[in-house]
Unconditional design. Structure first.
Length: 561
């Protein structure tokens, strides 16, 4: 599958931006990425980050990073810091344009006061349940609150006393006075402010009165001079409230809200609520678990920002919800890593090989290519000795049909080394399993070629038993066993094979120098990277990012069989 993309994407949002610039509506483009600091970002947010920062970059504009921190009970400094780190890792920079909705709490409060003065908002004493019952249904209009016709002065007094903390949490709200018969439920006198006593991560206990997201967001956009407020499709029904807020208050400008379809991926979860459930139930190791679609998890697993940016550009933006195949994302990662990931050798399930005609105690260094796709990557030295390890799966006795790797009497090539031939097998006396292969090597085939022109049908990777390094390797796979969870309890769709931990793996020595955050190819096995949490000198841990080819279809067919 080709994953090449156009360097200059086009879509309906960019068409709008083009027209706004052409008509003179805007002289400069200002976008924003507005996360709520109540969790970790996932790949769906990455699509939004690439879109907002990408449009600003493409048109020579500015993209703000604004934390919409209007709910202090769920927000933490930890999330603020992780979000900033993730945005930078993806390759984007907000420079000095970092803002918080809490920066504008005083102005947002003043905006609400002005709405009250204009008769556009009122203080309501209905409980949450009473309010829900009075809102009506999609086929029946709502019933006006008995407090809807309070006078301006009474509303101003009550709202000020709400700010001072004279009333219990949840006892009163400030509601917009719009239309209780509107077919859009979001316009049936929505709540603008609620009483909530919770310590805010920036303002502390200064406020006990907090604006709702749908009220704070358009005002924050206007105060920052945002030209295009780009959000996901679930906010389409909220756009009339966004526009009403700006039309009926003292907004300094009128940003335009534009919605696009969010990213949905097969074999994973994109719901923050469901991801939180997995974390809290200890079904995964945390927000950075490599099986999760969080950017922290994907980074730990070995994904690259270049692959995610290319993927986001290829997927593009539309107005229609759809489901994107995980294979597409994985192919973008393969394309990226194939071009620049260094090659190394590692044996995950070691089987010992002794070369009986190789001098004891001798260790020679052989040249190995670092990346055949990148000649500038050069070569490295790989130690070779009398005793080696190969993959246990590379030996069969007797060999099944079409098995061309090592078996008794057969000759194979060792990568960048020599031809070897299996002479006899040492077996475990109890199980009969092979524990050691006694082989011979042909010294004339150094570098992997026979001067007499004879050919072999298999090339195996290997490591020197004398110099190799032990490691733990974690084989990660899809989070879910089905493309989409259908059960109400989505945890029933978790893939039981999503993690396999291999102990006693053997690595070539060069892998001890691989920096955390660098993904390399284990030859013939896949792409792996050092674990950023658990890998330490003397106790190496590597995570598999993905296999060299998509093996999921084969796994599924075997399971069904």
């Amino acid at each position: 599958m080709s994953t090449q993309t156009s360097p200059v994407p086009t879509d309906f949002i960019r068409d709008i931006v083009d027209e706004d610039l052409r008509s003179g509506k805007h002289r400069a483009i200002v976008t924003r990425f507005p996360p709520e600091p109540n969790g970790y970002l996932h790949i769906g947010h990455a699509k939004s980050i690439c879109l907002n920062f990408g449009i600003a970059r493409q048109y020579g504009g500015i993209c703000h990073l604004r934390f919409d921190d209007t709910n202090p009970s769920t927000e933490e400094v930890e999330y603020v810091e992780s979000i900033q780190d993730d945005v930078r890792w993806l390759g984007f920079d907000w420079k000095d344009k970092r803002f918080y909705a809490s920066d504008y709490f005083e102005k947002i409060h003043g905006y609400a006061v002005e709405l009250i003065r204009r008769g556009k908002a009122y203080v309501c004493d209905l409980s949450t349940e009473e309010m829900r019952r009075s809102r009506g249904t999609f086929t029946e209009p709502g019933q006006p609150s008995p407090f809807r016709d309070r006078g301006v002065e009474e509303n101003l007094d009550l709202f000020e006393r709400m700010r001072k903390g004279e009333f219990p949490d949840g006892s009163r709200t400030l509601r917009a006075k719009i239309d209780m018969a509107s077919p859009n439920m979001n316009l049936r006198d929505p709540v603008l402010y609620r009483i909530k006593r919770a310590t805010h991560h920036r303002t502390g206990d200064k406020w006990c009165l907090y604006p709702m997201y749908d009220f704070a967001h358009p005002i924050s956009d206007a105060l920052e001079g945002i030209t295009h407020s780009i959000c996901t499709l679930e906010f389409e029904d909220h756009r009339p409230l966004y526009d009403w807020t700006l039309e009926n208050g003292p907004a300094p400008c009128r940003p335009r809200q534009i919605e696009f379809a969010r990213l949905n991926l097969t074999f994973t979860l994109m719901s923050k609520r469901k991801l939180l459930d997995l974390v809290e139930k200890n079904l995964v190791t945390g927000w950075d678990d490599p099986r999760l679609p969080t950017l922290r998890g994907m980074r730990r697993r070995g994904f690259t920002p270049e692959a995610l940016r290319a993927f986001a550009s290829h997927v593009g933006v539309t107005k229609f919800n759809s489901l994107t195949e995980m294979e597409l994302l994985e192919n973008f990662l393969r394309d990226d890593l194939n071009k620049r990931a260094p090659r190394r050798m590692a044996v995950l399930k070691p089987l010992k090989v002794v070369l009986e005609n190789y001098p004891e105690g001798k260790v020679e260094e052989l040249d190995a290519v670092n990346n055949p796709e990148d000649p500038s990557a050069g070569t490295r030295k790989v130690p070779f000795s009398r005793e080696l390890f190969i993959e246990a799966d590379d030996f069969r006795d007797p060999p099944p049909p079409k098995f061309f790797r090592l078996s008794p009497g057969r000759e194979v090539r060792l990568r960048c080394a020599y031809f070897i031939k299996c002479e006899r097998v040492v077996r475990d006396p109890k199980t009969g399993e092979p524990v050691e292969l006694r082989c011979t090597y042909d010294p004339a085939t150094r570098g992997g070629n026979a001067p007499d022109g004879r050919k072999v049908k298999a090339t195996l990777h290997w490591v020197s038993a004398q110099t190799c390094v032990p490691a733990e390797v974690r084989l990660y796979d899809r989070l879910l066993s089905t493309p989409e969870p259908t059960e109400e309890d989505f945890t029933k769709s978790l893939n039981p094979r999503s993690l396999e931990v291999l102990q006693g793996c053997r690595l070539e020595p060069a892998l001890t120098e691989l920096p955390v955050g660098t993904t390399c190819q284990f030859e013939r096995l896949g792409y792996f990277c050092p674990d950023s949490v658990d890998s330490k000198p003397g106790a190496l841990v590597f995570n598999r990012a993905l296999t060299l080819k998509d093996s999921w279809a084969k796994i599924e067919s075997k399971t069904k069989a």
